[in-house]
Ligand binder design. Structure first.
Ligand SMILES: Cc1cc2nc3c(=O)[nH]c(=O)nc-3n(C[C@H](O)[C@H](O)[C@H](O)COP(=O)(O)OP(=O)(O)OC[C@H]3O[C@@H](n4cnc5c(N)ncnc54)[C@H](O)[C@@H]3O)c2cc1C
Length: 506
């Protein structure tokens, strides 16, 4: 296949969120082009069925496909997400919990003060540098408000969602079929290659041979085409990310529906708590190097008050890293088949979306040259590595000493990437982190406000120094004004549960 004219058929292997998201984006991009899209899914292998939190990018996905929240959210028991609270990751007094905010237009007013106070605190001044006190989404979360402002409030807020992953997959399937994607349930045994090393067909358990010009591998961790067939090397991230296992367990939702994800440090990893309209999704992401699945299950049950409850959790294994080439020959890998980062910042669907959306741009351009593939792979690798660094930073800055897991995680700073090492160095020398982030052009992966929230939220500051010039009363006065301003902004938002219930009634 050398041009878009030669592209007649795309086969997508796998019908999890990645498969159906890919189907939707490709169907939308190619709607004028008369190209057949067929999705093949095994009736034997299920979808992973976890992954209930998103970043704000998911809103862009639905907006770009003209699917309103009023249509998909109630069908997927979805709620709004303003950010993530990290509890117990730091033991430093005053910093044992912090909020990682999604951005709001109001931050244009408040973030400069936050950053200026962080820099003052880095010089040893006794000023408030806790992210929670500077962002509108933090106030919305404190009050369990939905991030949808009243009509007369002119500032918008970014937000993500929580949702039932299985229902989301079903919803996307329904929409993709409406938009002309064909669905064939079949279990693929293997694939065959032509003389150029491209995939020419996949062969099903019933001996059916399904051909296509382009294959999209969405087969999940089994990575059927990109790894098993094309032997694309896998770059694992286990040097700095030790978590390889997870347990998922639902609990009842109460009368209040929080508008945030909660991430609580545990003995050997961390636990998520994600509110949906009908339940909480809970889970424990841990490292099997440091504890057994039984120990992890007991710890999670204890935390949830379910020690003797008759509920069966799901145990999952995770492969953490990425393939070297996401686009190899005539195959593009999307979703878990291309790689995975532990779900600490709920970025997997975002990476899935970026992978297929950027590929769609190359398709539109009709450029399938070696240079195009190299440029594409470089871009997607940078996305993965950029996100990895942000996740690794949580572990390197933790100050827990209760288990070997946390101590080992804080060690080996020399193993972090050059980029992350440089960020730490700049911060620890009290220099301008924003300038360094811009210099490295890594704002595309995590914005400046997120890096400051993480480093300040974990309390990575020197001791307060009496010799530092004392501007604390000036900073305190500005801080009080800003708190008052944020409280007044929050008056323009309504209770989260009420907003969801009204939306569900239409
Ligand atoms: C513990 C955990 C927590 C997570 N939390 C989040 C989160 O909060 N936010 C987030 O964005 N992401 C999260 N993720 C990731 C998220 O679950 C996935 O990115 C998402 O579900 C997409 O998965 P997928 O479609 O790639 O794979 P799957 O859902 O595994 O789908 C694979 C598909 O391939 C098909 N298949 C497999 N083998 C064959 C075969 N031989 N023939 C035909 N078909 C086949 C299967 O039938 C299935 O349809 C989490 C993941 C884990 C493990």
């Amino acid at each position: 296949m050398n041009s878009l004219h030669e592209l007649k058929k795309i086969a997508i292997v796998g019908g999890g969120s990645a498969g159906w998201m890919s189907a939707m984006i490709l169907a939308d991009t190619l709607k004028e082009k008369n190209i057949e899209i067929e999705l093949l899914e095994s009736p034997i292998v299920g979808v992973i069925g976890v992954g209930e939190g998103s970043t704000p990018a998911l809103k862009r996905f639905f907006d770009s496909l003209q699917i309103p929240e009023s249509e998909w959210m109630p069908e997927c028991n979805a709620t709004y997400k303003c950010g993530i609270t990290f509890d117990g990751w730091s033991t430093k007094p005053g910093f044992t919990s912090y909020f990682h905010q999604f951005a709001s237009m109001v931050d244009n007013i408040t973030q400069p003060l936050f950053i200026s106070n962080v820099h003052a605190r880095l010089q040893g001044m006794d000023v408030n540098a806790k992210p929670n006190d500077y962002f509108l989404t933090s106030v919305l979360v404190e009050k369990n408000l939905a991030p949808i402002p009243s009509e007369n409030f002119p500032f918008t807020t970014s937000y993500g969602y929580h949702f039932d992953a299985t229902l989301l997959g079903r919803f996307l399937q329904k929409k993709a079929l409406e938009r002309g994607v064909r669905f064939t349930p079949c279990h693929i045994e293997h694939a065959s290659l032509n003389e150029h090393g491209d995939i020419d067909a996949v062969i099903t358990r019933d001996g059916l041979r399904i051909t296509a010009d382009l294959f999209v591998d969405c087969s999940g961790f089994s990575s059927l085409l990109i790894e098993k067939t094309l032997k694309t090397p896998f770059v694992n991230y286990t040097d700095n990310l030790y978590n390889d296992s997870a347990i998922a367990l639902p609990t009842e939702i109460g009368s209040v529906i929080p508008s945030q994800t909660l991430s609580t440090a545990m003995k050997f990893g961390w636990a998520w708590k994600i509110p949906l309209t009908n339940r909480f999704g809970n889970g424990y992401v841990y490292s099997s190097q440091f504890c057994s699945s039984d120990e992890a299950e007991t710890e999670l049950r204890e935390k949830l008050g379910l020690l003797d409850a008759d509920v069966s959790p799901r145990h999952l294994k995770m492969k953490v890293g990425r393939v070297e080439k996401h686009w190899n020959k005539n195959c593009v890998a999307v979703g878990l088949s291309q790689g995975f980062l532990e779900p600490l910042e709920a970025t997997a669907l975002y990476l899935t979306q970026m992978t297929i959306a950027i590929f769609a741009l190359f398709l539109e351009r009709g450029d399938y040259s070696e240079q195009a593939r190299a440029a594409y792979n470089n871009e997607i690798n940078n996305f993965f590595d950029g996100h990895r660094d942000y996740i690794v930073a949580h572990y390197k800055t933790n100050s827990r000493t209760d288990t070997e897991f946390w101590k080992v995680n804080a060690r080996n700073l020399d193993r972090v990437s050059e980029s992350l090492g440089r960020l730490f160095e700049v911060w620890l020398h009290g220099k301008d982190l924003s300038a360094e982030i811009r210099r490295q052009d890594i704002e595309r992966y995590y914005p400046i406000g997120s890096w400051y929230a993480l480093m300040a939220g974990m309390g990575i500051f020197p001791e307060v120094s009496t010799s530092a010039s004392d501007m604390s009363s000036v900073h305190a006065g500005q801080g009080a004004q800003m708190k008052d301003f944020l409280q007044r902004c929050a008056l323009n938002y309504r209770d989260h549960r009420t907003v969801l219930e009204q939306a569900a009634q239409g």
